[in-house]
Design a protein around this ligand. Structure first.
Ligand code: ZN
Length: 594
């Protein structure tokens, strides 16, 4: 695919597959390879491997494998040219002149660049408004009242959108076409389409950045009682709500390092938690987490503590998010913060992370975070709040829990939960188990749709060693290919087609990378080939190759002997029988000599 000397070839030479894959999959060094959980099929124990030297990946579970480009194509669901571009960008390799792209693509890219530039300008504008204007001073007072001092305001780029109605518009109008202004979402058109005005007015602004730290949208909170309280950017060519997690650009390193994320609802919560010293926090910036957001997060960690608002919308959102996270194989805990300020009158405030940290301090929050229970405990506690005095009520509680329990992949764990649920909800255990085993059956049908696992190893050790040496022994693979070809030693082997492809490659003038050889093979053979490439072995020697060739020779003799014997037993006419018997003697001698 990557022609020698082409841009793709150059990218492939320079790109580090471990680094690129590492942006999507958490990889751990294991021997000479890196391993992790396969992003292409659900799994709990890693069977996905990346080879840093060969620059290939392979999943021993589902069998997907290839080079850095095929990985990105599969991951991003894109075509080859796009994958090359993505890899180049990730590795800081300058792209060829844009003229190589299609005109539409070029136009889109230009438009995106302009929209990002517009957001950068808007950000500068909002910050300046907060700092220097009279209106901004009132906004600052409000922020200070909520515990956001100057340091935090600067750190998170908080700004202010003035009430005028067209202050930002006037700033941008001279430089950008009307159409682009509207497309940016910073400016709206009135109902009869005649007049433009600022979308955000009299609001505190929070810049929302994409994964790479570029501001692509704003989240804005009303200063007074204006409705709606929160108003965000609409979907634009550079911003899609379900593809962005607030604070991810700053949380990336901490997420990888600490291997868990704190998930909150809004940017105020994220800011409060980050200020409390927990930098691995992200906000969904919407009532519920969307699947693309979960996949995005999964590239950094598969462990999440969900800390949503305790109001009913927040609780529902938390439950939906738990479900989605479990589907994506996340390990989920839930932090439900205790109410604050039990006054003598019994009035207490339900605490979101922001409020809790302001009232109780960062340390109390960190402590609560550490103690947050696994999601099932949390859900049982929720179910216990239902009316459990009647059979109907218990059934409702059980039905509430069942979909979650069903998602526990481990049978033993599921059984443990069943016991706990029956105790906690005082439900007859046999009744519960019956419901559970029904759920288990449904699970099994899910499992069936998974890619089949490779059963056993194809090829005997000698074959596997020879394949490996044919692919990699630079010193003698040509000689090896010739010998195998001459003696037709690989014919009739289970791995025959792999040998055939490797011999073609071994005798070719240009070196052929493993992925190209793989491309010559059927899927089943390609999988076997990649598995062999990932085996941890010593570098082969010519002596070892010779002894493997000898093993194949013996096999060949045995096979021919068996064939001759079968023909003898079919009792052919005189001369043919004589020839066969002679041949048998020869073969027996050769076998004895070996
Ligand atoms: Zn896989």
């Amino acid at each position: 695919m990557a022609e020698a000397g082409s841009f793709a070839d150059r990218v492939k030479q320079q790109a580090d597959i471990v680094r690129v894959v590492g942006e999507y999959v958490r990889l751990k060094k294991s021997g000479q390879n890196y391993t992790g959980l396969c992003p292409f099929h659900g799994e709990k124990t890693p069977s996905f491997a990346v080879h840093p030297v060969k620059q290939i990946f392979h999943c021993f579970g589902c069998g997907k494998g290839g080079d850095v480009f095929s990985f990105v194509m599969e991951m991003e669901k894109c075509q080859f040219p796009e994958a090359v571009r993505i890899v180049a960008e990730k590795c800081g390799i300058a792209l060829p002149k844009p003229k190589e792209r299609s005109p539409e693509e070029r136009k889109e890219n230009q438009q995106r660049a302009v929209l990002i530039e517009m957001h950068r300008e808007a950000q500068t504008f909002f910050v300046k408004q907060l700092e220097t204007t009279g209106e901004g001073r009132a906004a600052r007072a409000y922020l200070e009242d909520r515990g956001l001092d100057k340091e935090v305001i600067t750190r998170f780029g908080i700004g202010y959108a003035p009430s005028g109605g067209d202050v930002l518009l006037r700033q941008l109008k001279g430089k950008y076409a009307e159409k682009l202004l509207v497309e940016s979402g910073l400016v709206s058109r009135d109902q009869n389409g005649a007049r433009l005005f600022d979308r955000f007015r009299r609001r505190i602004t929070f810049p929302i950045a994409n994964e790479s730290g570029k501001i692509v949208a704003f989240g804005c909170r009303a200063l007074g009682d204006d409705q709606p309280k929160y108003l965000n950017s609409p979907e634009t060519p550079i911003y899609s709500k379900s593809n962005v997690l607030y604070h991810l650009d700053r949380a990336k390193d901490a997420l990888r390092r600490q291997d868990f994320a704190v998930l909150v609802e809004g940017y105020m919560d994220a800011i409060a938690v980050a200020r409390a010293g927990i930098s691995n926090v992200v906000a969904s910036c919407g009532t519920s987490l969307a699947e693309p957001q979960i996949k995005l997060l999964g590239r950094f960690t598969k462990r999440v503590i969900v800390n949503y608002d305790p109001d009913s919308a927040g609780l529902a959102a938390a439950e939906r998010s738990i479900s989605l996270l479990l589907e994506q194989d996340f390990e989920v805990k839930v932090l439900a913060l205790p109410a604050i300020g039990d006054s003598p009158t019994g009035a207490s405030k339900k605490a979101d992370p922001d409020l809790f940290i302001r009232e109780k301090g960062a340390e109390a929050y960190v402590k609560a975070l550490k103690e947050s229970p696994p999601y099932v405990d949390y859900l049982i506690a929720r179910a216990r709040q239902m009316d459990l005095t009647t059979g109907e009520g218990k059934l409702r509680a059980l039905n509430y829990l069942m979909p979650y329990v069903q998602k526990i992949p481990n049978g033993l764990l599921r059984s443990e939960w069943a016991t706990r649920i029956s105790q906690q909800l005082r439900i007859d255990e046999p009744v519960l188990r019956a419901a559970l085993s029904k759920a288990a059956v449904e699970r099994r049908s899910e499992v069936k749709t998974r890619p089949e696992l490779v059963a056993g190893k194809a090829g005997k050790p000698a074959e596997r060693r020879l394949i490996r040496m044919l692919a990699e022994a630079e010193d003698f693979k040509r000689e090896l290919a010739q010998q195998l070809k001459q003696g037709r030693l690989y014919q009739g082997l289970e791995t025959e087609k792999i040998f055939a492809a490797l011999i073609v490659a071994g005798l070719a003038d240009e070196p052929m990378p493993a992925t190209e050889i793989g491309a010559m093979l059927e899927e089943r053979d390609r999988r076997v080939f990649f598995e062999i490439l990932f085996e941890e072995t010593n570098e082969g020697t010519w002596e070892e190759a010779e002894s493997c060739i000898e093993a194949l020779r013996k096999r060949q003799v045995e096979q021919e002997l068996a064939q001759v014997q079968r023909e003898i037993e079919s009792n052919p006419a005189g001369p043919a029988m004589r020839d066969l018997l002679v041949r048998k003697q020869e073969l027996l001698k050769r076998r004895a000599a070996g």
